[in-house]
Design a protein around this ligand. Structure first.
Ligand SMILES: [Ca+2]
Ligand SMILES: [Ca+2]
Ligand SMILES: [Ca+2]
Ligand SMILES: [Ca+2]
Length: 420
């Protein structure tokens, strides 16, 4: 497909420099192409999310996809760490969100798995190499929310789980001296009518005091300090119907952290909410249901997983998301059989500080699960992507090279206003 741009449009989308002569100069950084090499690890449905970490301790990242882990750096050798099960794509797996960490501190990375929403989370103890199935321990008996998070939320160097349980929002911690004991849940909110299938959850510093707050579709909860007994104050904001992972960071670099979220995990919409000096949030649609609700005409439904990462290492934090194909089977949700696309959205700031997210298609036959892993898997500093979902398991290695200006231009998405 031939791509055309007016010079002005190209300057607007790429930050390229238009001189008075009408000749377009590209900065060296504007001639870098970011392409993704697709590697299919499996075409079976084992899980809705993967994880990365150095499982075999050889110094290179490996990847976890359901009951298997694959040896880096080429991911060619597969190992089984727990009972392998193939699932029907019309149904659901028992493995939604995973994380690699050495929970018992024996020097070998272990695997934490959050299962079907409302079910238990288990961690699997690495038997220090070998091919035996790993022993498993209950981390927490009932983890609600479809975007439960595993991260170092408290800043103590160890991962915690953030989720809903019994109608409360909170986080769970483990005791490294007793790693096989169930984790302790710390309530943050009042009790709500939240069920196991609640959508949208995230941790991020909304008010700029360096403490991570908690985000849900109905607003954010203000962290009073982890040592404090004070209740976390709820600030009501309409962040959509319930999306995926939610984030707070300063998108437009005005000194106030903003919120980035998918608007409806099983419908349409991706947006960033600009925080005003009054603490209100103004919605800026990145992608809506109508094709014209994205300046580049990109639209896809079911954005059920979202990650932030500086994909091109330009200092601005970009987005990775895609379609969760067949989330409710072949006839549920809007456009269930549309291409299972995976995109990254490059954040661009104009000199006036106006933010735009430029969509780049990575793949059209994978999409996302309930999670998407964005980490540097080949140790070249550029983030790569691991997808584990109903289509199978895939690694997308980011390849970066400088090209001629004409080749770079041809690879850029076309503005709708500029299309033939
Ligand atoms: Ca271990
Ligand atoms: Ca801001
Ligand atoms: Ca960037
Ligand atoms: Ca990389």
């Amino acid at each position: 497909m031939k791509k055309r741009h007016t010079a002005a449009a190209l300057a607007a989308i790429a930050g390229a420099v238009l001189l008075g002569t009408g000749y377009l100069f590209l900065r060296p950084a504007d001639r870098i192409l970011h392409e993704f090499e697709r590697r299919e690890l499996s075409d079976r449905f084992h899980a809705e999310g993967g994880a990365a970490g150095d499982i075999d301790g050889d110094g290179t990242p490996d990847v976890v996809a359901g009951p298997y882990w694959y040896e880096g750096p080429d991911f060619g050798r597969r190992h089984t760490y727990r009972e392998p099960l193939d699932f029907d794509p019309l149904d659901y797996s028992d493995h939604f969100i995973a994380h690699v960490h050495d929970f018992d501190e024996d020097g070998w990375e272990d695997i934490l798995v959050i299962g079907f929403p409302g079910e238990a989370a288990f961690w699997y103890m690495n038997p220090q190499g070998g091919e035996a199935l790993w022993d498993r321990y209950v981390a927490f008996p009932s983890v609600d929310n479809e975007s439960a998070a595993i991260l170092d939320f408290t800043g103590n160097g160890r991962p915690e789980m953030v989720f809903l349980s019994g109608g409360y929002l909170g986080y769970a911690t483990y005791d490294p001296a007793q790693p096989t004991e169930p984790w302790a849940f710390h309530r943050v909110s009042e009790r709500h009518a939240w069920g196991r299938f609640t959508h949208g959850l995230g941790a991020g510093d909304v008010d700029g005091d360096s403490l991570p707050d908690l985000l849900m579709a109905e607003g954010w909860w203000e962290n009073p300090g982890f040592g404090s007994d004070a209740r976390w104050e709820h600030h009501a904001v309409d962040f959509g119907r319930g999306g995926a992972q939610m984030y707070a960071y300063d998108v437009d670099r005005d000194g106030l952290n903003d919120v980035v979220t998918s608007l409806d995990a099983h419908g349409w919409g991706l947006a960033w909410f600009r925080q005003t000096s009054e603490g209100d949030f103004e919605r800026n649609l990145i992608m809506g249901e109508e094709i014209e609700k994205n300046p580049f005409g990109v639209r896809f439904s079911q954005p059920h997983a979202l990650k932030i990462a500086d994909m091109d290492l330009d200092g601005l934090t970009d987005l990775v998301t895609g379609k969760r194909w067949w989330a409710h089977g072949e006839s549920g949700d809007p456009e269930p059989n549309a291409d299972a696309v995976l995109y990254w959205f490059r954040l661009e700031l104009s000199e006036e500080g106006e933010a735009s997210f430029i969509p780049y298609l990575i793949d059209d036959d994978s999409g996302v699960g309930v999670d998407v892993t964005v980490e540097d898997l080949d140790e070249d500093s550029y983030p790569d992507i691991l997808i584990v979902n109903k289509k199978g398991a895939f690694v997308f290695r980011q390849l970066v090279h400088e090209v001629k200006a004409s080749e770079w231009r041809a690879a850029q998405p076309t503005l709708l206003s500029d299309a033939d």
